[in-house]
Every structure is written in structure tokens, then in C-alpha cells.
Design a protein around this ligand. Structure first.
Ligand SMILES: [Mn+2]
Length: 275
């Protein structure tokens, strides 16, 4: 019995199949955690979605920014969106598109299990959030996504992304309400990389740590981060590699869609397997 967390698959179904062979995945005994961004950019988003959904309780998933993108198109509120590749088109035209997207809408943004020290998010956790705040915010967003209001939220979120001032840092405040609050939560959990001294989210820089200006740090390196004691598994940042380890941070986006690796992290042994 083993539990593997798998990073951003991005429609690379054959790579996923190869990785599952390497870890000798057995659905009768093993469990899979997926860190989000199952879809888009790669060739077989539809096959990946169908496969992960078919695993039922054997697999657990958190939503990434590319699931948000797919659901925005599905909801019919992102007509102007570019970057619409053939893999995403195949999902949108599939006879089971509604079932797949309804299933995605039920998935959380933060996943943890009582008997493990780990929690998993797609991108990361804003520095001001401790475990309780992270759980509460992720659940607020998931509750909205499960509700009939999700399309209106995604419409507003898309508008916010389109007009987001990249020079501005977006700072968390518990006073945020409504759409602005959900925008921050969604942006942070599915897209965070660098932040400034106050923990403000930066969306201008997305290279490897070290490539950013001196006033920014990767979210997990911020000295005042309230989630320091947590064991956090995350994807989203393909230029981070496991050869620059941080205590309690498990970065598993190996950039397979860019020709690098798909990563599985074994929760019991802390071993990384690369396909
Ligand atoms: Mn991502």
C-alpha cells in the first residue's frame, strides 16, 4: 500500500501511464493524489480526465489554474480566452463533457488526510494563512464552485485576470468580501509563485527562484510564512526542481509538458519517481 502525489499532467496521458507502470500502481492497494493541472497544453486532456475520474476514491485531486480555465470555457463565460488548444476543445466537444466538468466542480482546492502530515494545493499558500485559514479559504472557494453561482464567479475572475495590474502586489485581507475575496483565494491557491516583504502576490515574474528581483521571494521561502510547520505538496511551478529541497515543501511539477518529467512523490517513503 502506497500513496503517490503526482504533479501537473497537462494532458500527457502516455507519460502518466508510463509513470504508473514505473511505480507499479495497483488500484486495489495504492492511492493517488493529483496536484491539479490535469488538462491543457498537452495532447490528451480528455483521456487524463476520464482516467482520473474513473479511479473514484482511489484518486484525490485539487484544482489548478488550468481546471479553472476549462471550467470557465465550459460555463460559457470565457469566450474571449485565447490559448484554446485542441486538447481542451476535445474535452468541450466530448459527450461526457458535462459529467467531467460537474465532477471537476466538486473537487477541493486543498486536500489532506487525517493520518498523514501532508496537505496538497496546486500552487501554494499565501504567507498570512495558517492551516485553519487555508482550510477555510479553500473551502469557501470550493463551496462557490459547487454552487449554481460558479459561472458568475468564473466570469468575474476572468475579468479580474484580464485587468489585473501586473505591477501591483495583491495582499490578503480578511476584510475582503464577495467576488474580490474569492478572486484572491483562487489566484493564490492556483497561481502563487513569488511574493514581496508584506506577502503581496506578484504576477509579473514566473521564472526559477533566483531569476526574480531582490524585493521578491518564493512564497515558501518567506520568513514570516504562517504555514512553516506544515508539510505542503504543490505543483504549478515547473522551473522548481526537487534538487533544491526546502524543509517540508514538496514541489512536484516536473514540467512534463515542456519535455521534462512527470513526478510522483511517495508520501510514505518521501521518494521521488520521475517519468
Ligand atoms: Mn498551474
Amino acid at each position: 500500500m502506497a500513496t503517490y502525489a503526482i504533479g501537473d499532467v497537462h494532458g500527457c496521458f502516455s507519460t502518466l501511464e508510463r509513470l504508473l507502470q514505473q511505480i507499479q500502481f495497483n488500484p486495489k492497494n495504492d492511492r493517488l493524489w493529483f496536484a491539479g493541472d490535469l488538462v491543457n497544453r498537452g495532447p490528451q486532456s480528455l483521456e487524463v480526465l476520464r482516467f482520473v475520474k474513473s479511479l473514484g476514491n482511489v484518486a484525490h485531486l485539487v484544482l489548478g489554474n488550468h481546471e479553472i480555465y476549462l471550467l470557465t470555457l465550459f460555463a460559457g463565460v470565457g469566450e474571449h480566452l485565447r490559448d484554446r488548444d485542441s486538447g481542451i476543445e476535445a474535452v468541450l466537444k466530448a459527450p461526457d463533457c458535462q459529467a467531467l466538468c460537474d465532477w471537476l466542480r466538486q473537487q477541493p482546492f486543498l486536500y489532506e488526510e487525517a493520518d498523514t502530515p501532508y496537505l496538497m494545493v496546486h500552487a501554494g499558500v499565501p504567507i498570512q494563512w495558517d492551516l485553519e485559514q487555508a482550510r477555510a479559504c479553500a473551502e469557501e472557494l470550493a463551496t462557490c464552485m459547487r454552487s449554481p453561482h460558479y459561472a458568475s464567479f468564473l466570469d468575474g475572475f476572468e475579468h479580474y485576470l484580464l485587468h489585473r495590474d501586473k505591477k501591483r502586489r495583491y495582499v490578503w485581507s480578511d476584510q475582503l468580501k464577495g467576488q474580490a475575496r474569492l478572486n484572491f483565494i483562487c489566484d493564490a491557491l492556483t497561481r502563487i509563485r513569488f511574493c514581496d516583504a508584506e506577502g503581496g502576490l506578484d504576477f509579473l515574474h514566473n521564472g526559477a527562484p533566483g531569476s526574480q528581483p531582490a524585493y521578491l521571494v518564493p512564497w515558501f521561502d518567506h520568513p514570516k510564512r504562517c504555514s512553516y510547520s506544515l508539510h505542503i505538496i504543490h505543483g504549478h511551478w515547473s522551473t522548481l526542481r526537487t534538487d533544491t529541497p526546502r524543509p517540508n515543501i514538496y514541489s512536484i511539477d516536473g514540467g512534463c509538458v515542456w519535455g521534462s518529467n512527470l513526478i510522483a512523490f511517495c508520501l510514505e517513503t518521501q521518494a521521488y519517481v520521475l517519468a
